[in-house]
Design a protein around this ligand. Structure first.
Ligand SMILES: Nc1nc2c(ncn2[C@@H]2O[C@H](COP(=O)(O)OP(=O)(O)OP(=O)(O)O)[C@@H](O)[C@H]2O)c(=O)[nH]1
Ligand SMILES: [Mg+2]
Length: 326
């Protein structure tokens, strides 16, 4: 590990915000030290990781802001990751999140990071997870990840959370949309926000009916009502989040989920490392000559790929070469 990286990690653990931000940038950009950094921080900290998702404009950020206030009053430090999978740019909704969080901007106990897709939606789930881990390693008691939207990338991102709160609003069709989008499966807690509007109670009943159709397990998904703008129902939301955390540890479900998470993470990091090495190895002489034959059409791409992975000597050289380069 490079001296500067070690130094950044030490400083981050002592609470230095600039080092934390620098590490986040390295990890977000998947720079070469990423795997080493993530390995070094593994198992550090014990944050409750909460995911907040739901359709655009449901009031997630407003709710997050109120929840952060509630957490701070109870003496807990908070890390926030605001993810916008739809935006290739920083700004827009993300900028809006920043502005809404201004009440916590100067609070040393709160750290906020915005993330956008930057044309790489696939990497966003991983970057979000790793950044949440850094916040945890930096000693945050609670890490909250907000995603905008209801697509597959949001669902992928939510997998990093111990507890997922799905925020909906009492508008026609929202319940059905939520069903279709797979939100019913990932929700540990439902929040009907904007409960000051018509139809909130009707929606709560609809959601509860739908939840009853699910096979019962040890956790009964609560449907809460909030008015995020006035902070109404936020204390109850925090209670439900804490109750779910207690459920995860006392039932053993949390341990099982963690084991599955670690398994998947190992596989994905391995796949990542290998493909990174293959990319680097394109310059290797023997690989290059095989590639040239593929380009000339002398050997078909499938056949060539099988030939490459079947050639132990070539594989060993590729990996060794990548090591040298890395
Ligand atoms: N009436 C009412 N308005 C609310 C409530 N909560 C949030 N809003 C308003 O709804 C709008 C959207 O709120 P946001 O917190 O930005 O919603 P969001 O889900 O984070 O939005 P995106 O991140 O863009 O998806 C803002 O104008 C809020 O002031 C509520 O409980 N009642
Ligand atoms: Mg938002």
């Amino acid at each position: 590990m490079r001296e500067t990286t070690r130094d950044l990690l030490d400083k981050m653990e002592r609470g230095d915000r600039r080092s934390l931000a620098r590490l986040m940038t390295i990890v977000e950009n998947r720079e070469a030290e990423t795997a080493e950094i993530m390995s070094a921080v593994h198992g550090r900290g014990a944050a409750a990781v909460i995911g907040i998702t739901g359709p655009p404009g449901a009031g997630k950020s407003t709710l997050l802001d109120a929840l952060t206030g509630e957490l701070r009053r109870s003496g807990r430090s908070v890390g926030i990751v605001a993810v916008d999978p739809s935006s290739p740019f920083s700004g827009g909704a993300v900028l809006g999140d920043r502005i809404r969080m201004q009440s916590h901007f100067l609070d040393e106990g709160v750290f906020i990071r915005s993330l956008s897709a930057r044309g790489n939606v696939g990497g966003l789930a991983r970057a979000s997870r790793d950044i949440a881990r850094l916040l945890e390693a930096a000693g945050k008691d609670v890490v909250i990840v907000e995603t905008v939207g209801v697509g597959q990338s949001e669902l992928d991102i939510m997998r990093l959370a111990d507890t997922v709160a799905v925020v909906l609003v009492p508008e026609a069709g929202d319940t059905v949309q939520a069903m279709k989008a797979g939100l019913l499966e990932i929700a540990d807690i439902f929040v009907v926000n904007k409960a000051d509007r018509d139809g909130a109670e009707k929606m709560r009943v609809e959601l509860e009916q739908m939840l009853h159709l699910r096979p019962a397990d040890g956790w009964e998904v609560p449907v809460l009502m909030t008015v995020a703008t006035g902070g109404k129902g936020v204390a109850e939301l925090l209670k439900a989040l804490d109750a779910h955390r207690t459920y995860l540890s006392s039932s053993g479900v949390g341990q099982k989920r963690d084991a599955i998470g670690r398994h998947n993470e190992f596989v994905s990091v391995l796949r990542d490392e290998l493909s990174r090495r293959i990319q680097r190895a394109m310059g290797d002489d023997r690989f290059g000559s095989l590639l040239a034959r593929v380009e000339r059409g002398e050997v078909d791409p499938y056949g060539a790929a099988l030939e490459a992975v079947g050639d132990r000597d070539l594989v060993a050289r590729l990996l060794a070469r990548a090591e040298d380069a890395g």
